[in-house]
Design a protein around this ligand. Structure first.
Ligand code: F6P
Length: 762
């Protein structure tokens, strides 16, 4: 856009100059024509009156000569006429003849010679013709002076100038508008293209889809898939936007109000004892908690998790339960205590040094140790016992969360054969070849297949999972229904892209975005007009924090206009600090930030504001609202809810999201500037584009992003899983009744061999 202005200003100046020159040329030409015309008229006037005039003049008849002169000036343009010469004294002239043009002051070339001139008088410009009046014998009796009014030409000149300027101004405006539109379209061409592509599922575009522009391009196929799913859900009687209320309704009507049990390693509320002995509640930095907590508020039930806070034991009842959220208790948190050895092996070891790097393509080698595996199995079994205790009945609905509990669904199935077990894997699932690195790949797959449904964020992860099952287990894969049939049970494999609550509850107590913007800059010691970027993460190598800081450095290298004006606030909460890789990352981030600050600090604090500590949600939302740009640069991420939270925080429709294409979120948030975080040229260009983006374009993009996140909120995520679970339950119950009928030999059902396995769960 700035480039467009750089081009427009000289264009407009040039147009003004051309307009001026053109109008002057036209006026001069009109003058020339008018002079020629008036000279010819003067000669005509004289020719028609010569005889009478010369006769009267020769006869010295002043009265009649004056009458002839008066007749001449009836022509409306003739201002006056006079005769100069021997017989014309005292002056012989018409009444309106300009007194300034006395005979002795006329610009005569030579007496008796014809002469034309244009003379400026106080009353306006006049055209003067001096024409000799000859007698029949050739003697010159005097000069006839005819004065034509030319002031109309001045008026015409003024009009010509005005018209030319208006015409050129219109041309200029048109040129400006088309240049701005062209530049705008070059920014938004991909959006238009996307909309065209998105239209495909509805309008059944024939042939190949047009190639999309490569500029910060979203993952079109996934966005299209998402929108077509939304459309088909609406066609099949969606019932409007999903909300806590609608989710509660599903539970009440479809699952008969059965409480839900969620199992996750991380608890939604951690009680920590402060140095002064008081107890405070901490909200963990966890995408899983961000997503699941609002669902539990809506559904009630029980959340089973590792009790990791220093005051957790002091705040539970005799059954290790505490009602949460504090102050507005709506569900139970059941804490499971782990020994240090268990936590090291199950959480730090197998989960976070083994499975975490195995599932993320972020170039950290997975570590698999038999001792860690042992603890992993042991902790899964301990959780299975607790969950079975917490289950409200044999038909309980149990939501098993994440890679910490791959073995849990099978263990629960053994304890609760009729339960609806839904496992959701919050991180990517690698391809089969990579997954095969894990020495216990079969056990993990078999454990997950104890579920009724296994969910992932994306179809690609579902495909990888099915491919792994196909490679490592004896089972039947129904590709059409995306299901695995094993040991007489069916497990559906489905994509459910997770999301956040809408509207975000943290916004309720916050000041306006404008206020946050001003306050946050003041608190950071930045100028009020500073441009601010923000990043919010756990300090994890999958988040691409080093690459993000390097992109900022590259931005300042390539675009010096941002030096001293742009600052990047990195909110980083320390995570998994017992693991060496995480400690090294911490040092690396600090080193890179310090080196950038030394390069660009100019004696001051520098552009990177690294804030390594735990940040509570209201602080994070304030940062989102204060920022001009939020950069999510994950090298690989199942979904990434920071991207969605940033969007939910911007009810002012400002701010730009720059988003890594390696996040699940990039498949939904098409109006973000989607980049490859490894490509520092692309990432720094996107940051520059974001920082220079016109407010109208920010608004347009943010409105679309907000529409998407509002629609695909976490209530929809939970609702879809639960609705799929209900359908599955109905089918399962029906098939149980049918197989009972087979066994009891109901009429028409001859024989006692039941229906084949694969039919049981159809
Ligand atoms: O993103 C994967 C994940 O397990 C989330 O599900 C969770 O929010 C996050 O990592 C936090 O990790 P941890 O609980 O180990 O701090």
């Amino acid at each position: 856009m700035r480039a467009a202005f750089r081009f427009l200003v000289p264009l407009l100046v040039l147009l003004a100059l051309v307009a001026y020159a053109a109008s002057e040329l036209m006026i001069r030409q009109a003058h020339r024509w008018a002079e020629r015309d008036l000279s010819a008229r003067s000669r005509l006037v004289l020719a028609s009156a010569r005889e009478g005039l010369s006769g009267r003049l020769a006869a010295g008849d002043r009265v009649r000569t004056r009458q002839i002169l008066d007749e001449m000036v009836r022509d409306e343009r003739l201002l006056g006429a006079r005769v100069c010469g021997p017989g014309a004294e005292p002056p012989l002239r018409t009444a309106a003849f300009p007194p300034e043009l006395a005979c002795d002051r006329l610009p005569l070339r030579a007496p008796g010679a014809t002469h034309d001139a244009v003379v400026g008088l106080p009353g306006g410009t006049v055209h003067l013709s001096v024409l000799p009046i000859g007698a029949d014998d050739g003697e010159v009796l005097g000069d006839l002076v005819l004065v034509h009014d030319m002031s109309y030409l001045d008026r015409r000149a003024a009009e010509t100038r005005k018209t030319t300027f208006v015409a050129f101004a219109l041309v200029g405006l048109l040129a400006a508008a088309s240049t701005l539109l062209a530049s705008r379209f070059s920014w938004l061409s991909w959006t238009a293209e996307l909309r065209r592509l998105l239209a495909a599922p509805f309008h059944s575009l024939g042939g190949a889809a047009p190639a999309a522009s490569r500029t910060f391009q979203p993952v079109l196929a996934d966005v299209r898939e998402l929108v077509s799913r939304l459309a088909s859900e609406e066609v099949s009687g969606g019932g409007g936007r999903w909300s806590a209320e609608r989710l509660r309704n599903v539970l009440r009507t479809r699952l008969h109000g059965e409480g839900v049990v969620v199992v996750a390693n991380r608890e939604p509320y951690i009680h920590e004892r402060a140095a002064d002995g008081s107890v405070r509640v901490v909200y963990p930095a966890s995408g899983l908690v961000t997503a699941l907590e609002p669902v539990m508020r809506a559904c009630s039930g029980t959340w089973v998790a590792h009790g990791s806070g220093s005051a957790d034991r002091d705040t539970v009842d005799a059954h290790d339960r505490v009602r949460v959220p504090p102050g507005e208790e709506s569900y139970a948190l059941r804490r499971v205590w782990l020994s240090e050895q268990e936590e090291r092996g199950y959480y730090y070891g197998f989960s976070n040094e083994g499975l975490w790097p195995l599932c993320h393509v972020a170039h950290t080698r997975p570590e698999f140790r038999a001792a860690d595996w042992e603890q992993y199995r042991r902790v899964n079994a301990r959780f299975a016992a607790v969950v079975a205790e917490e289950a409200p009945g044999p038909d309980a609905v149990i939501l098993v969360q994440d890679y910490h509990f791959a073995l849990l669904p099978r263990m629960l199935r053994q304890r609760l054969p009729r339960a609806t077990i839904l496992a959701f894997w919050h991180i990517p699932w690698p391809n089969a070849e990579r997954f095969g690195i894990c020495p216990w790949e079969r056990e993990l797959l078999d454990g997950l297949l104890g579920s009724s449904i296994v969910g992932f964020h994306t179809q690609a992860h579902c495909n990888n999972f099915l491919e792994s099952v196909d490679r490592f287990l004896e089972s039947r894969i129904d590709r059409e229904r995306q299901a695995v049939v094993m040991g007489g049970r069916e497990t559906l494999v489905r994509p459910y892209p997770i999301s956040i609550e809408w509207p975000a509850r943290w916004l309720a107590g916050l000041p306006s975005a404008e206020r946050c913007r001003a306050d946050y800059r003041r608190e950071l010691g930045l100028p009020a007009d500073a441009l601010l970027g923000v990043g919010v993460d756990r300090l994890d190598y999958t988040k691409g924090i080093v690459e993000r800081l390097q992109a900022v450095e590259r931005l300042l290298d390539r675009f010096p206009e941002f030096r001293g004006r742009f600052f990047f606030a990195q909110l980083a909460s320390p995570s998994r600090t017992l693991i060496e890789t995480y400690r090294r990352l911490n040092d690396e981030v600090e080193r890179v930030a310090a080196s950038i600050n030394a390069r660009f600090g100019n004696g001051g604090p520098g552009p990177i504001l690294l804030m390594r500590r735990h940040h509570e949600p209201p602080d994070i939302f304030r940062a989102y609202r204060a920022a001009d740009v939020c950069y999510v640069s994950s090298l690989h991420d199942g979904m990434n809810l920071v991207a969605k939270e940033f969007v939910s925080a911007r009810d002012d429709l400002r701010g730009v999201l720059v988003l890594s294409r390696f996040t699940g979120a990039a498949r939904e948030l098409a109006e973000a500037l989607v980049v490859n975080p490894y490509d520092l040229e692309e990432a720094s260009s996107a940051l520059a584009a974001a920082l220079s983006m016109a407010p109208e374009e920010q608004e347009q993009r943010m409105r679309a992003l907000r529409g998407m996140v509002a629609e695909f909120n976490v209530y929809r995520w939970a609702g879809r899983i639960l609705l799929d679970a209900t359908r599955l339950r109905q089918r399962e119950r029906l098939s149980v009744r049918l197989s009972d009928a087979w066994r009891s030999g109901e009429p028409g059902r001859g024989g006692d061999s039941g229906p084949p396995d694969e039919d049981v769960h159809r």
